[in-house]
Design a protein around this ligand. Sequence first.
Ligand code: ADP
Length: 562
Amino acid sequence: MNGNIQAGYARLLGTFMLGLMQNWPLLCHKVLDHAARVHPRRTVVSYAADGVFETTYAQIRARALRVAQRLRMEGIQPGERVATLASNTARHLEVWYGATGMGAVYHPVNPRLFPEQIVYIIQHASDRLIFADPAYVPLLESLVDRLPGVHRFVVLTSAANMPATTLPGAIDYESWLAEVRGGDGENSWASFDENTGAGLFYTSGTTGRPKGVLYSHRSIVLLSLTVNAPDMYGFTARDVVLMAVPMYHANGWSWPYTAPMAGASLILPGTRLDGASLCELAQRHRATLSGGVPTVWQGYLDHCAKTGERAASLGRLFIGGSPCPEVMLRAFEQDHGIDVVHAWGMTEMGPTGSACVMTPETAQLTGAERMALRQRQGRVPFLVELKLADEAGKTLPWDDQATGHLHVRGPCILREYFGGEEQRLLDSDGYFDTGDVGAIDANGFIHITDRAKDLIKSGGEWISSVELENAALLHPAVQEAAAIAAADAKWGERPLMVLVLKPGCALTQEELAAHLAARVPRWWLPDAVVFAGELPHTATGKVNKARLREQYQDWSTKRGSD
Ligand code: ADP
């Protein structure tokens, strides 16, 4: 292009640009700036190992700015990952905002992963610096020989409570932060493009090796906005959010951003996620809403059933991560007066993909129809585009009859895994196959019947493990249930049900069959029922079906020889 044409082109572009709006990068720290300015007095209560601290968004911002400066002093470069092995506390939040505020990436590691997985993902992310709760110091000490790239461990506590440790370069967080030159930290964040990486999360690896998903500033801010629509999370400045979803689980479902954006108060419970603690914290702080995986909220229900306690202020619960059983929906709604919103998502989606909130078409439903709808995973919000497709990728109708794979695309959905593993994840239209199987009705309500790999294929027909489990859980003696495929010479696969019974309860296979026969087709009835002391769970609290399948892979052979 010669000079004149180039200048003319630039002038033309300038003319078109006139009247355009400001181009403001969507950066994570903008959320904290907003909360500190507009909601400076909203409290954040933090249950750390060394005490309970009450702070504000303004104070968290001031300290996060110091973290940013201190990370620079540490030699952390923009784009570099810093790991956290930490529960939900204010210090953990400061590290997130501090890291992203200087252009680095926070990388929360789920401490409940297998040690080999922890080593693998810390190495894969090339973390050099790890922030850890004191409780995880012994775990890190046992792994440190396999983490030669990590040069420094900052323990999220004060000098007075610093545990003795052999970790290299170990220092308590408060002393580390106090080393900021000038004391108060620089008063500004770094500036960079909104497509810069901000948070790195690994899928828990129930299928193969953990894979990293790198959320950008833009995707985090957009998703936090979109999921805070009234028909999704809908946090307000009047809410007190009990953050029972661990921050290391898929960006804490965006709550570390949606809460300050809305000016909702936050209760960060640390490791207090058992039923009794959740109930106590919800009552003490008058929490208005909370959420998490069903296993955590089962603990709450069990505690309340035992003690008769209730958290009267709790109005809404967002339950997702695995299917919310009917029995749980009923208990919260009927015995606790709590509105359960069933939500669906996955790490690859940032993570939230849908929520089940009534529409004018469904608000009139009553009885069994209403309950069936509330068990659905709901509808996608703006920015999540959904397609139902068969195995060959052909689009299927939203008629509630056609069953296929759920595919999604949007600006908050992954393009590729961190490190470029598994290229060509998307189809030619940019859709990502979630691996979840289900149907969608004419109003857009998703009904997930299973994960593709958990479906049971008997005589060429599919059996939904989720529906079998749901039906089993409606029996008053059943505490936990998992249906898995067992190899079968005649049918290919047949359902095997593994049950944990409630303490002091008894149930025979015949009684279970009679109970199930009233709820599912007869040919779905499990061929075998195993009564177990407990079920294996993944690091995010879901039933580990892969492990169960391994455990019972030779079931049919065993049965044959019985
Ligand atoms: P992992 O794959 O390691 O379990 P994720 O937390 O990303 O990690 O899990 C996402 C998966 O969890 C989804 O693909 C889906 O199978 C399941 N899931 C999440 N929420 C729900 C829900 N409400 N109902 C059914 N399945 C769900």
